[in-house]
Design a protein around this ligand. Structure first.
Ligand SMILES: NC(=O)c1ccc[n+]([C@@H]2O[C@H](COP(=O)([O-])OP(=O)(O)OC[C@H]3O[C@@H](n4cnc5c(N)ncnc54)[C@H](O)[C@@H]3O)[C@@H](O)[C@H]2O)c1
Length: 293
């Protein structure tokens, strides 16, 4: 028996659609909520794209399962209908503190008192949202990574108020839906992944900006000396240059210089990283997995 059989996913954007689909693919019933019919249409389109992807994924049990997953997802823009019967809500609405708080304040009275709420926030601390859910002991973060079917980590992070039993139930749920649960014992901005990744990327961009070495040499060093498949500038290309710019421009002086470099040499030339075929490296169309200089 699953930890949660009826799951509401709030927000069917980039991440919400992926979460909804992955949960349905694992066999649970999903209600996808979004604000209006236009947003629901976008969500429906994302889910249909995911169906095609899952049907052709290597390791797919039976391509028919991908359609069954889609059939288990009900879509609505009626919050009351979405909340009805939900045992777990996974919230993936835009990354804005006030918007998320307002959303929880509207949602909470419509939910069963036993329902658990999990936020997929990337940068906010769940403690800053807990009070607005009206049930801090049943609230925590469950953070997925983009492209959940490949990058299948689910970082589980409670607040000091989260009931440990609820925490463990969500860890079990993450496992049941095909994720690797990453248990975080204490609130930490950036969870584990970004707490490791961001300083590493900043160290690399600082070496480059201070003229110590070129990106290719920095990447070569990292790959050769650690055995890792990619160096930091290859990772920038995967994350995407727009996101790299947005993070760097808010940083210290060296990071801002890096942001200016990204804008002038990459963004303004239409080089957005691997998705566009070019970033720090060039990715020929037929071999988008292997970079060349
Ligand atoms: N994109 C990523 O790579 C990524 C990765 C991990 C976590 N996240 C987190 O997931 C959350 C969603 O990010 P995203 O990239 O999917 O955003 P997105 O902009 O693609 O999707 C947000 C969705 O929320 C809906 N929405 C807008 N206002 C709403 C409201 N008031 N109530 C309910 N729904 C509303 C939008 O219509 C949209 O469908 C954010 O907290 C983000 O930090 C994103």
């Amino acid at each position: 028996m699953k930890s949660f059989s009826n799951v509401m996913v709030a927000g069917l954007g980039v991440l919400g659609a992926q979460i909804a689909y992955q949960v349905a693919y694992s066999g649970a019933n999903v209600t996808g909520y979004d604000i209006n019919t236009g947003a629901l249409d976008d969500g429906r389109h994302r889910l249909e794209q995911l169906r095609k992807r899952y049907a052709h994924n290597p390791g797919t049990r039976d391509p028919g399962d991908a359609q069954l997953a889609l059939d288990r997802i009900k879509l609505t823009s009626d919050l009351q209908e979405a909340a009805s019967g939900a045992e777990l809500v996974i919230e993936a609405v835009p990354e804005n503190l006030d918007l998320k708080r307002t959303f929880y304040q509207k949602l909470a009275p419509l939910l069963s008192p036993t329902a658990v709420i999990a936020t997929n926030t990337s940068t906010l601390l769940p403690s800053d949202l807990a009070a607005s859910t009206g049930r801090p002991e049943k609230f925590l973060a469950l953070h997925f990574a983009n492209e959940v079917w490949i990058h299948n980590t689910a970082e589980v992070m409670g607040t000091p108020a989260t009931d440990p039993t609820i925490y463990q139930q969500v860890v079990s749920f993450a496992h049941e839906i095909g994720m690797i649960p990453i248990e975080i014992k204490k609130e930490q901005a950036g969870y584990l992944l970004n707490s490791l990744l961001v300083p590493w990327l900043q160290a690399a961009s600082s070496l480059f900006m201070r003229g110590v070495a070129e990106p290719e040499m920095i990447d070569l060093t990292w790959r050769t000396a650690t055995g890792a498949p990619t160096g930091p500038f290859q990772v920038f290309d995967v994350i995407g240059i727009r996101t790299a710019y947005a993070v760097s421009v808010a940083g210290d002086q060296t990071q801002q210089e890096f942001a200016a470099y990204l804008k002038e040499h990459l963004l303004d030339q239409g080089k957005f990283g691997k998705e566009s075929g070019e970033g720090f490296y060039h990715y020929p169309a037929q071999t988008q997995n292997s970079p060349s200089s």
